[in-house]
Ligand binder design. Structure first.
Ligand code: SAM
Length: 302
């Protein structure tokens, strides 16, 4: 955080390639260190409230719906009837909110390693969770996501990985591994699918995404990358859906709109529909070319 000549306070998010973004801060709502990470909740001039962990923006009030709808719905709509959903991470509660919007969902389990982050979000970011934590279908567990999937006997139709980026020394690093994805596969019901927030994806910035995609390609039959521009991240964000049964990229826009209608989600969704789905999976030429090596990988599992 720094003060500049006009006396305004700025939060600087430092990305890779010597690029930084400045956000003018009206108020610091929370700043501290939890057992696992540095945490700030800021009220910014440009994007409203913002959750920042280890110096990285996790989501912002004005456009969190773009990130969370993009993360959740392409996968949940591609699944014919998601009843049980597991979220790993998802501290703000907005991923849980979007999952619970599907009337097919009977059980949503959210496993986040950091109780302090979740509790601060519950108190200071009610616009994100909109009461989702109190929904009788929801259960929150404070545990490491890797340990949870390695030891649980529960099965899920969809698993959503909404954890922090793969930062060195960050709490999420061990969840960007082949062994983690193998354990997640064992938690899925037949016909189930996995959704992963898979970091920035453009022709210039793709290595982290490609690594996630390569790992998933060694474990699952169908692996599809998709993208959406998130203004507060100031980048095009990448996601991956992986499954042995479902190819989410192959569901056409008319079918997506029909499923949205059948699940009564039309008026709830601000960003996602059939046309947006087609847009997300239509990757630009240079992005398809950097992802091509992952497409030829052989699976390691039976
Ligand atoms: N939208 C986000 C992004 O762009 O990175 C992710 C949001 S969410 C706040 C990330 C959550 O992942 C945090 O609440 C953090 O505590 C949780 N997390 C990190 N490592 C984890 C782990 N090993 N197991 C479970 N949750 C974890």
């Amino acid at each position: 955080m720094q003060t500049r000549s006009n006396n305004a306070i700025y939060f600087t998010e430092t990305g890779q390639w010597d690029e930084s973004h400045y956000h003018e801060v009206n108020k610091v709502l929370y700043s501290g260190k939890t057992e696992f990470q540095e945490m700030m909740i800021l009220e910014t001039k440009g994007y409203g409230k913002m959750l920042v962990l280890d110096g990285r923006i996790q989501s912002a009030e004005d456009d969190e719906y773009i990130y969370h709808e993009s993360l959740v719905h392409p996968g949940l709509i591609a699944h014919p009837k998601p009843r049980a959903v597991l979220i790993i991470g998802g501290g703000e509660g907005a991923t849980l909110r979007e999952v619970l919007a599907h009337p097919t969902v009977e059980r949503a389990v959210m496993v986040d390693i950091d109780r302090e982050v979740v509790e601060q979000c519950m108190n200071l970011l009610p616009e994100w969770h909109e009461g989702a934590f109190s929904d009788p279908r929801a259960r929150v567990i404070y545990a490491d996501g890797k340990k949870f999937v390695e030891t649980t006997n529960e099965k899920f139709d969809c698993v959503i990985i909404d954890i922090c980026d793969a930062l060195e020394d960050g709490p999420a690093l061990a969840l960007y591994t082949d062994s983690f994805y193998q354990s997640v596969r064992k938690c899925l019901t037949p016909g189930g699918l996995l959704i992963v927030q898979a970091m920035e994806l453009s022709g210039e910035e793709y290595q982290d995404h490609l690594s996630v995609r390569e790992r998933l390609s060694r474990v699952f039959r169908h692996v599809s990358s998709y993208i959406m521009f998130v203004p507060s991240f100031w980048s095009t964000w990448g996601f991956v859906i992986a499954s042995d049964a479902i190819d989410a990229s192959a569901v056409n826009s008319q079918e997506i709109d029909e499923r949205i209608r059948l699940r009564n989600l039309e008026s709830k969704l601000e960003h996602y529909d059939g046309e947006t789905h087609a847009h997300m999976f239509a990757l630009p030429k240079e992005v398809r070319s950097v992802l091509a090596p992952a497409a030829s990988l052989k699976r390691d599992v039976a």
